[in-house]
Design a binder for this molecule. Structure first.
Ligand code: ZN
Ligand code: ZN
Length: 336
């Protein structure tokens, strides 16, 4: 009933290769021509010849790899189409981080969507995921198990604000990934009415600047490095997760350690990192969102990549999709 799956995009060592366009999507090694869905390091690697991505993603890559703008980089706005070889390429929002996109590929009357990473929730720092029908949909499955149900992020951040009120002498050190999670938390706190300065680790500055440049208002931020320890009593500090267990945190007055990640659903992970206040906040779709997305997109063929592939393949097959697991290596589920 599903017919045969398109054969012009295939998994190869190094990523997904599109032969009629002679390009890779999110290659895991340097290639001649790449289409990049978003700026996370495992999707956006250094050293490609030509790169097609949103302007936001290109800016993130340039900042990360300290590369000057090169003629090989081509920015594609959401919805615009460009022809690469025999393939038409468009990028549509994926709702994952600033500039994140699904790559929509068309060739010979067939359409394939490589969704990269995505979520369906409200996130004021990036454009919302768009549903588009296609013949083959390639989905992530980072949280592809029924146990993963992400709660409302407003409720999770409410726990942070409640803890802050309870411990006015302590700093709250929130571990959040540098690209996406950190900025989302800052802006969501602003949406919840939090207008005090938020203190940040210097490593966030580069990405923050890109968010600001693309119109995301982060409110007043101050550098921990430039602040007296006692001034940060009762304040919220956002820093990369690695700082939770590092000497760096000694700059803060008696910090409450907080980690914002989809993995905080797993108690053992929170214990492992000695997290006092785990917040389940994820930039990836949870189990229900993954399944809803397959239903919404309605592609007869589904390929499942990085994460818990088998469970989602099973659930999709039960509902009549022609689904298979793509064991692509080189993508980390940890950048979350
Ligand atoms: Zn990602
Ligand atoms: Zn990913």
């Amino acid at each position: 009933m599903a017919g045969t799956a398109p054969t012009w995009l295939r998994p190869v060592p190094g990523g997904l290769y599109c032969a009629p366009g002679d390009f890779y999507v999110d290659p895991t090694r340097a290639v001649e021509r790449a289409v990049i869905t978003h700026g996370h390091a495992d999707h956006a690697r250094a050293g490609h010849g030509k790169v097609l991505a949103t302007a936001e993603t290109l800016a993130i890559m340039a900042a990360r790899y300290e590369e000057e703008d090169t003629p090989g980089r081509q920015a594609l706005a959401y919805g615009d189409a460009v022809t690469v070889g025999d393939v038409t390429v468009r990028l549509i929002p994926a709702g994952h981080v600033l500039g994140s996109a699904q790559a929509v590929l068309e060739h010979n009357g067939e359409r394939i969507i490589v969704s990269g990473d995505y979520k369906r929730r409200h996130d004021p720092t990036c454009a919302r995921f768009e549903v588009e029908p296609c013949d083959l949909f390639i989905t992530e499955a980072t949280f592809g198990l029924p146990v993963f149900k992400h709660p409302d992020d407003g409720e999770e951040l409410g726990k942070l604000l409640a803890s802050q009120a309870t411990f006015p002498e302590r700093a709250h050190l929130v571990g959040a990934y540098t690209l996406g999670k950190a900025q989302r938390i800052i802006v969501r706190l602003r949406e919840l009415g939090y207008d005090r300065p938020i203190y940040i680790h210097g490593v966030l500055e580069g990405i923050n600047r890109i968010y600001t440049r693309f119109g995301v208002d982060l409110g007043e931020l101050r550098l921990v490095m430039e602040t007296e320890k006692k001034e940060m009593a009762g304040e919220i500090v956002v820093a990369p997760p690695s700082t939770l267990n590092e000497r760096w945190s000694r700059r803060l007055p008696d910090p409450v350690t907080v980690f914002a990640s989809g993995w905080m659903r797993v108690r053992a992970r929170a214990r492992q990192r000695a997290v006092e206040l785990p917040l389940v906040i994820s930039d990836h779709a949870d189990w229900d969102e993954l399944n809803t997305t397959l239903d919404d997109v309605g592609a007869p063929h589904v390929w499942v990549t990085h994460g818990a592939e088998e469970a989602l393949v099973h659930a999709a097959t039960e509902r009549g999709f022609e689904a298979k697991a793509l064991a692509l290596v080189g993508y980390e589920d940890d950048a979350e």
